[in-house]
Ligand binder design. Structure first.
Ligand SMILES: Cc1ncc(COP(=O)(O)O)c(C=O)c1O
Length: 366
């Protein structure tokens, strides 16, 4: 493995210093929640090695989301990031071929790169509404392809696949004898009916998700990988056991409380996020210096500047932060031009969001 730190992590607000940013529009989750806000009171938990796959009740609740899935199809991991690492290292070796969507959550590209894979990038285009072109993607598959990797709803664009597209991708993986990874980390933040869990559609498909984004608890590092292929799940479990043996007893307890209350928490979050999105849409409609593809899921979008900002993009980002106190995710976090930026509308308060949007408009004008 050749590890290189990714710009999205090196330049993340937590590494920069949350307290140095007034309007933080760079996050991809809803607001972080505390124990108190969740009404949790930590009981006297025995700090033992837990069941390696993760607590059965938690896995049962997660499996219940997908038709035909069972608890043992689910393996809990250290966040979705942990699941993605396990999948890449279990399925791919140096020289193995994978087709991966770009832009993407950086780890979906960087871990295969660190392994030394042969990578075909399926580049999404603004002009196509950042939609995957299944026919073009199919042409990128070779007899050596071991994995097709997509994210839905997508980070950083917020665009989701249609059911037809998802089924077509599953069909491709089945026909070519490779696996389809669908990173579903934003699935619970869908503004259109969510797609079925990919893993429920075929043993060739693998689902990944976590509690980080929709529930505002990224600090408990709780994610999972789902596959209906028991031999593959055994390999994933072997990887988990070599990384950490089992999960953290405290994280698993918190996760169980959150998953038990999932419906109630989402019923509160989704209408709020729809309102935030409408606010961003109104601002975009009145901002001629930006254009966008409206998102249908997640809490991010990926606007593009219609002209070079005064002094260039580097000067724009510097001005935005230094003079206006606002932070967004520049395009280079996603291997894209800095004319794009990721705007997160779920994490700041409504007032901070409005302040941040005003700051962007001001900084665009010099
Ligand atoms: C698409 C996607 N997958 C996975 C992750 C990792 O999240 P976590 O490890 O907190 O679950 C992120 C975080 O930004 C993401 O955007």
């Amino acid at each position: 493995m050749r590890y290189v730190r990714m710009p999205i992590e090196k330049e993340s607000p937590e590494e920069y210093g949350y307290d140095l940013i007034r309007f933080n529009l760079s996050e991809s989750s809803v607001s972080d929640r505390s124990f108190k806000a969740l009404g949790l009171d930590l009981p006297d938990i025995t700090l033992l090695y837990g069941e390696h796959r993760g607590p059965r009740e938690l896995r049962e609740l997660i499996a219940a989301e997908g038709a035909g899935l069972a608890a043992d199809d689910v393996l809990l991991t250290g966040g979705a990031a942990g699941a993605l690492f396990i999948i890449s290292t279990a399925l791919l070796g140096p020289g193995d071929h994978l087709v991966v969507v770009r832009p993407n959550y950086a780890t979906n590209i960087e871990t295969p790169r660190a392994i030394g894979c042969d990578i075909a990038y399926h580049d999404l285009r603004f002009e196509d509404g950042f939609a995957i072109d299944v026919e073009r993607l199919a042409a990128e598959i070779t007899p050596r392809t071991r994995l097709i990797s997509v994210t839905c709803p997508h980070n950083p664009t917020g665009v989701a696949l249609s059911l037809d597209q998802l089924q077509a991708l599953v069909g491709l993986a089945e026909r070519h004898g490779c696996r389809l990874l669908v990173d579903e980390t934003y699935r619970d933040l869908s503004y259109t009916p969510p797609l079925p869990l990919a893993a429920s559609l075929s043993p060739s498909a693998i689902s990944v998700s976590s509690l980080s984004k929709a529930y505002g608890v990224p600090g408990v590092r709780m994610g999972w990988v789902i596959t209906r292929d028991p031999a593959l799940q055994e390999t994933f479990l072997a990887a988990k056991e070599q990384i950490s043996i089992c999960g953290s007893a405290i994280d698993e307890w918190v996760a169980l409380q959150v998953v038990r209350r999932k419906a109630e928490l989402l019923a509160e979050t989704l209408p709020q996020m729809r309102r935030r999105l409408a606010l961003v849409a109104d601002w975009m409609a009145g901002e001629p210096l930006l254009e966008w593809v409206p998102p249908t899921g997640g809490v991010v979008c990926f606007p593009r500047m219609t002209a070079e900002p005064a002094g260039g993009t580097a000067a724009f980002y510097q001005r935005l932060l230094q003079a206006h106190g606002a932070y967004v995710g520049p395009g280079h976090w996603f291997e894209m031009s800095d004319r794009h930026f990721r705007l997160g509308y779920g994490w700041p308060t409504s007032e901070e969001l409005e302040g941040g949007l005003k700051a962007i408009s001001a900084a665009l004008r010099g």
